[in-house]
Design a protein around this ligand. Structure first.
Ligand SMILES: [Zn+2]
Length: 170
């Protein structure tokens, strides 16, 4: 990286988007969106869930960095969502801290049809999980206020690990 860019970034950051994505090694937001240093404020956690510390990080991004775009990025074939499905529908049991993480995904699975073929169920669950996190994020007072001002966009997206395409949800 050029010295001037480094020097500029050392003075402060002004990322154009905040991304909440999954920890999966195949889904690095900076590479997917072809972004450089200082361009994305990224939070990664298995299953792209909104736990307490994540909410704090996102509140920081909204209140102090004022990123105009917030993307919640799920991905096809997500192992965390798959594990939540196994717990919800197939009686699987996971270790306690993993289970606590999966508990944040499980509400998104409630309206899914467990009789779907496994691949279809996972595909639907990944999208339902992103939509669930988007809904939760919209419900925060900061998001409400900033969307009212018209200076903020909150979108859900699903990355396809097979094609490399990002599908933005309505
Ligand atoms: Zn994942």
């Amino acid at each position: 990286m050029q010295k001037e860019v480094l020097a500029d970034l050392a003075k402060g950051q002004q990322p154009y988007a905040t991304v909440l994505g999954c920890s999966d090694s195949r889904v690095p937001p900076e590479l997917l969106f072809d972004a450089g240093f200082g361009e994305l404020f990224v939070v990664r956690v298995a299953g792209n869930v909104l736990g307490a510390s994540i909410r704090g990080t996102l509140q920081y991004a909204g209140v102090h960095l004022h990123t105009p775009l917030f993307v919640i990025l799920g991905h096809e074939g997500c192992g965390a969502v798959e594990a939540a499905i196994a717990e919800q529908f197939h009686g699987a049991r996971h270790r306690s801290r993993i289970s606590a993480l999966l508990a944040l995904i499980r509400p998104a699975l409630e309206h899914l049809d467990p009789s779907l073929p496994a691949a279809e169920l996972l595909h639907a669950a990944v999208e339902a999980n992103v939509r669930s996190m988007v809904r939760q994020a919209i419900e925060t007072p900061e998001a409400h206020a900033r969307m009212k001002e018209g200076v903020f966009q909150l979108v859900g997206a699903v990355y396809d690990i097979n094609t490399g395409a990002v599908r933005f949800l309505d």
